[in-house]
Design a protein around this ligand. Sequence first.
Ligand SMILES: Cc1cc2nc3c(=O)[nH]c(=O)nc-3n(C[C@H](O)[C@H](O)[C@H](O)COP(=O)(O)OP(=O)(O)OC[C@H]3O[C@@H](n4cnc5c(N)ncnc54)[C@H](O)[C@@H]3O)c2cc1C
Length: 472
Amino acid sequence: MPETVYDVAIIGSGPAGYTAAIRAGQYGLKTALLEKDNVLGGTCLHVGCIPTKALLFNAELWDHLKEAGEFGIEGVEARKLNWAAVQERKAKIVNKHTKGLEFLMKKNKVEVIRGYGRLTGHAQQGIHTVDVKGPDGKTKALKSRNVILSTGSEARMLPGTEPDSRILTNIEILSLKEVPKSLVIIGAGAVGVEFASIYKSFDADVTIIEMLPRLVPVEDEEVSKELARVYRKRGINFHTNARVEKVEKVKEGILVTITVEGKQQKIEAEKILIAVGRKPRTANLGLEMTNIKPEREFIKTDSWMQTTEPGVYAIGDIVLGTPQLAHVGAMEGIVAVTKIAGKPAKPVNPERIPNATYCHPEIGSVGLTETRAREAGYNVKVGKFPFTANSRASIVGRHEGFIKIVSDADYGEILGVHIIGPQATELIAEAVAAMEMEATVEDLVWTIHAHPTLAEAMLDASNSVYGMAINA
Ligand SMILES: Cc1cc2nc3c(=O)[nH]c(=O)nc-3n(C[C@H](O)[C@H](O)[C@H](O)COP(=O)(O)OP(=O)(O)OC[C@H]3O[C@@H](n4cnc5c(N)ncnc54)[C@H](O)[C@@H]3O)c2cc1C
């Protein structure tokens, strides 16, 4: 039997890897997808995007029930949370989509290979050899013309801490047997503020500790301010400009020592979640046998996701300089495979990547913040519209937040859109599409939006760039 030579071997089956595999199959490329774990889907499906959003939806329903009286619904005061059932529903969603991925691999003739993949060096006559260590401990050589690395990331820990039943990462916190009475969260990025939102809704005493001056530090300053206002109202405690000095285990839980503006404080809690960023998984991949020299453990690529080793591509959380988001990895996978297939491709544009944070209130954003636009030298003009003046927001009883459009006064170019409030993670899609099509604020102003919708706030925000919002 002649040895199989694949067109593409993809190492890692997270959203970056599985998307690349499906597109490769659609192009008729002979494709192998390697996965070290016994399920496909990676961080996103098993311990990231999907389970967190499932819990956030439970939390939202629970919060609605707390306010049921306001909507004329009585008899739900004696409500009871069945945490085991909440966890079971989350697991069902994950299982359903894991099976869905297996089906999609078969449908697109992608060969799934269980095992740990490692590069072995440069290609010989255009063919790479990847060592695959299977679950039986045996290593086999796999041949492929192209290799895509999509090995993802894992939680960074604070020095001297290891995950266990009290010190948690995204993995442990997703399978707690009960809601903790109190929780300290280190890090106020998307992961930190989402878990704060979930556990506060379920009545835990939550405290966030952030080293930088504000919550969600990558977002527009006004968005951070609004989130801080609502979190204060929700009773979520937070300390910004705070440095963690020590994390100790005490009899009842965890004792965290922090320094804020030179003063030491101690916070005790049942559990602590470490959400200080994600470390790319690039060790033990055989990179030292190639021309790839990781920078701070990330892999540098060109616009087509090609690394410095011919025929080897990198996509997803391991890539230097693009945000660690599932939809970014997925698009990078499509770019890489399209290039391999010799079809016309479009590189990922960092200014058109949506950020979505599903806490309550939700946050959706794309492009430049007001500060970054000013720093870049634009003649900035801002339009802002509050959800308090939007009729659909009144109907759904969610009035926090606003839509803010950052534009260039000279040409009406949309430089950035920042939304905090109801359905912000859905509403941002319009802004991304508008920016991708290079629409101007003027184009948005003439776009008819259905009434009554939350999306109308986008129309009002664009009119407000000219000081002419209809509803405020
Ligand atoms: C709590 C949390 C919530 C998140 N929520 C969101 C969200 O709402 N939206 C969003 O866009 N992003 C979210 N993210 C980020 C998102 O999960 C990641 O950006 C995404 O999973 C990265 O995809 P990836 O394919 O690069 O890697 P991963 O999803 O990490 O997958 C990598 C895969 O490669 C496998 N692997 C690793 N090394 C090898 C090897 N040598 N051989 C074989 N297999 C290997 C791993 O087992 C894994 O299955 C969240 C992350 C966390 C932690």
